[in-house]
Design a protein around this ligand. Structure first.
Ligand code: HAM
Length: 405
């Protein structure tokens, strides 16, 4: 028996219906905020992702050469392709541009609960509004999307400037190394690393910065920064909107392209892989041959949201199964069409089997059985049986349709 590749999943209809319901809610909230859906290719040139994603992503990338010798990669995340598309297609669109997407992504990670090699991100990118309002909108949209999904989460909002300022005396590579350790919250490794580069005095300041929940306290710890007023304005918009979040100046993010505001969200019931969203402000377009435009956005780990929500019964339309004797099969096809034309999900028996076996099948797959024998076919009626209550009555086809609707 052949097996699916490690880190991938099959989705049965029940699970797909649950996923489609949540996707639908996210699409509709995004559209409501002016974010229209786009789609980019599943594979791109490798270069697109190696230019600025950072080592973490590059090491996990699915790369291959096509028959023409082109070096390609499966999409490890949504943002780079969206900005490549902006550079190729959208320079004349009036800014800010608001786009959203639901994309399958591929990362060669060690699979576990909530961590897969093929996973989906629901993302949004806002291109061209380099303002606190533009950043606030992205955080507020993310908050609305997560609320609409029904997931229970905690949002953390931060900014890279205070930490970068605190680490400004370090070399670029030491700063990156320290931030990578902080991203993993490994304080023993942090202490060891700082000692190894004779910067142990930073340890306490970094710890205080991570614990601090107020921008004025952060300035005390890391010194004055030019971004102070901008960060305050962002905080003031968020506070006035009354969303629940926590200021967290310890967020460093795993990807390399972030420039300022950063944010993350965590679901309460997921264990180690509890980060359900990551995002922030970044600049990428100029690296792909476009203008140096500021953008910001986020990616929601759609699969993690689904794991956190657990199983639920999606809102589905009523369904019928048409059960009939072999002599009336042509008529049965027409009756099924009448139900489908009314928007009712309708299946029809396809096997040579008796009414009893057909009813048994209908009980498993439909809300109603529509039974047609010779008598019903001649009278232009059907017997409609509610499979839950067991009630059954004879109706004209038209009235049976109305009864199910
Ligand atoms: P990211 O934090 O790398 O950011 O990924 C976003 C979310 O995708 C994560 O918070 C997590 O929920 C989910 N995720 C990541 N890896 C996996 C995996 N192996 N299995 C399941 N879920 C996973 C980005 O990708 C950025 N492009 C976000 C962004 C958009 N920043 C600005 N715009």
């Amino acid at each position: 028996m052949l097996k699916k590749p490690r880190g991938t999943r099959d989705f049965l209809p029940e699970e797909m219906e649950q996923r489609r319901e949540i996707e639908g809610k996210m699409r509709s909230v995004s559209r409501n905020w002016g974010y229209r859906e786009i789609c980019t290719p599943t594979f791109e040139t490798q270069e697109l992702y190696t230019i600025r994603s950072g080592e973490g992503i590059i090491n996990e990338m699915y790369t291959f050469e096509d028959k023409g010798g082109r070096k390609l990669a499966l999409r490890p995340e949504g943002t780079a392709a969206v900005l490549r598309m902006y550079v190729n297609e959208a320079k004349v669109i009036s800014k800010p541009i608001r786009w959203c997407y639901l994309s399958d992504c591929y990362r060669y990670e060690r699979p576990q609960k909530g961590r897969y090699r093929q996973f989906w991100q629901f993302g949004a990118e806002q291109i061209g509004a380099d303002t606190p309002a533009g950043e606030a909108e992205i955080i507020l949209l993310a908050n609305d999307l997560l609320l609409a999904s029904g997931v229970k989460f905690e949002l953390h909002v931060g900014h890279l400037a205070p930490m970068k300022h605190l680490l400004s005396e370090l070399t670029e590579s030491d700063r990156k190394a320290v931030m990578a350790i902080l991203d993993k919250h490994n304080f023993d490794a942090l202490k060891d690393y700082l000692e190894s580069i004779n910067a142990e005095e930073l340890y306490e300041s970094l710890k205080s910065l991570l614990e601090c929940r107020n921008i004025d306290d952060a300035i005390e710890i890391c010194g004055d920064i030019p971004e102070k007023e901008r960060i305050k304005e962002l905080i003031s918009i968020l506070d006035r909107q009354g969303i629940e979040y926590r200021l967290n100046l310890g967020i460093v993010r795993g990807l390399d392209y972030y420039t300022g505001m950063v944010f993350e969200g965590f679901a309460e019931n997921l264990g180690a892989e509890n980060q359900i969203i990551g995002g922030g402000s970044y600049r990428l377009a100029h690296l792909f041959g476009g203008d140096d435009v500021a953008s910001c956005g986020f990616g929601i780990g759609f699969d993690r949201v689904m794991v956190s929500l657990g199983e639920f019964t999606p809102e589905t339309a009523p369904s019928v199964s048409v059960v009939y004797t072999p002599d009336v099969s042509a008529h049965a096809f027409s009756v099924a069409k009448s139900f489908r034309d009314a928007g009712i999900n309708t299946e029809l028996n396809l096997l040579k089997r008796g009414l009893g076996a057909q009813m048994k099948h209908a009980a498993k797959t439909a809300d109603y059985a529509v039974v047609i024998g010779k008598r019903e076919a001649e009278a232009g009626t059907v017997t409609l049986k509610n499979m839950k209550s067991g009630d059954q009555n004879e109706y004209t086809v038209e009235n049976a349709v109305t009864e199910v609707e």
